[in-house]
Design a binder for this molecule. Structure first.
Ligand code: G
Ligand code: MN
Length: 390
């Protein structure tokens, strides 16, 4: 019953967003369009492919023989990687990573996509521009369905933790960041990075369960006699403009939580993936009084134009810069100037990863507005911080 029925291949352009940054937002789309044409012409008779919303190409193959499929997929990968678009500086192309995995009739399409995505992720981790196979089966991570989510929420195993964000000038807790946590049967507590990709469908079928959980978490903090703000991370997967899952999620929260105590944290790559739609959504939220934080700022593809265009209230300075302040002069210079830049723009810095007292002291002296980190308070179940803070 466990015999592979066929195979699935996936092609994914390496670092497409850097192309958009370098040459304008539609270059990536144009390049994907060219690849689509090339693939359509190169595919053997009878084989179809689909282009996922994320810009990845998926090819379903009727034979389970991975080694035989590998040479076909490797050819397609090379063709895609040699596709190019013309921009002002000349032809532009990008390396392409590929994955290949078996499909199992009874496991369905999603299971196959989990396997092949993990093969692509491995290809990228190995430097990209290559094909990796996932032979799948035994220890494949099971998909998580609605019943399982509901049971985990019911038992309290799946819940939000919160971590305080401290006003460094007064030492008072100004807000909390809500962090989704799932206690496993073996006692391990894992974060979304460990299970998001296993949800049955994205946006998940249990969207409403997550919405209720978020509301219940924020409510005590934002309605206390001395209310503090609550921040939520919005994943790039659901942040896709007005009408998206991210938008529905925010609307639900706003039905229950006063906007002035809500903050949404977005990471840069999420903004990059859909710049126009994301900006539109964030602008609307901001007009309603919800504040926006740019998360993990300073790593990845930090583009200062985000600060020019987006309605940003907080800049969360990545802990990479905080961990060496006081020891590495360059870090000090970067942090001090980031604070100055934020001040001049009317933006508040939240220093992430404050793990030691001397870091807090230095940041306060430098004029950083807020801090967050193990030294100031660890992420703990919302109820625990509720008792200490309210
Ligand atoms: O990037 P973001 O703001 O979402 O970061 C939240 C994550 O950072 C949480 O998973 C939390 O556990 C972790 N975190 C919070 N404080 C610290 C800290 O002081 N040091 C480290 N290494 N991680 C931290
Ligand atoms: Mn965050």
């Amino acid at each position: 019953a466990d015999d592979a029925a066929g195979a699935v291949a996936m092609l994914d352009v390496d670092d497409l967003s850097s192309l958009n940054v370098a040459t304008g937002y539609d270059t990536g789309d144009r390049l994907l369009g060219t690849m689509e044409d090339v693939l359509r012409r190169a595919l053997p008779e009878g084989l179809g492919f689909e282009k996922l919303e994320s810009g990845r190409f998926v090819i379903w193959l009727p034979s389970p023989d991975l080694d035989q499929a590998a040479s076909l997929v490797e050819n397609l990968r090379k063709l895609a990687a040699s596709s190019f678009v013309e921009v002002s500086s000349g032809p532009m192309s990008r390396p392409v990573s590929a994955g290949l995995a078996p499909t199992f009739a009874e496991a369905g399409r999603n299971r196959a996509l989990v396997h092949v995505s993990s093969a692509v992720a491995r290809a990228k981790a190995l430097g990209g521009n290559r094909l990796e196979m996932d032979r799948g089966q035994p220890e494949a991570p099971a998909l998580i369905g609605r019943a399982q989510i509901e049971a985990a929420v019911e038992s309290g195993a799946l819940d939000y933790y919160v971590q305080p964000i401290v006003d460094l000038s007064t030492d008072h807790v100004a807000g909390v960041e809500a962090l989704l946590r799932w206690r496993q049967d073996d006692g391990d507590v894992v974060g979304p990075a460990d299970f998001i990709h296993r949800l049955e469908r994205l946006p998940d079928v249990s969207e409403d369960v997550f919405q209720d959980l978020a509301c219940r978490t924020a409510h005590p903090f934002v309605t206390a006699p001395d209310p503090i703000f609550c921040t939520f991370n919005i994943s790039g997967v659901i942040l896709d403009g007005v009408g998206s899952a991210g938008c529905r999620w925010m609307r639900h929260l706003l039905d229950h939580i006063p906007p002035e105590h809500l903050v949404v944290e977005v990471v840069e790559y999420a903004v990059m993936a859909r710049p126009d739609r994301t900006a539109d959504l964030l602008t609307r939220l901001s007009a309603q009084g919800v504040r926006v934080a740019l998360d993990d700022f300073g790593t990845g593809l930090s583009n200062l134009d985000r600060l020019k265009e987006l309605p940003v209230t907080f800049l969360k300075l990545d802990r990479l810069f905080i961990q060496d302040i006081g020891r590495d002069t360059r870090c000090d210079i970067i942090v001090r100037n980031m604070i100055q830049l934020a001040d001049d723009l009317g933006i508040k810095i939240i220093a992430e990863g404050v793990e030691q007292a001397d870091q807090q002291k230095l940041l306060t002296e430098m004029g950083a507005h807020f801090g967050q980190g193990f030294h100031l308070g660890r992420p703990q179940p919302a109820g625990t911080w509720q008792q200490k803070l309210l």
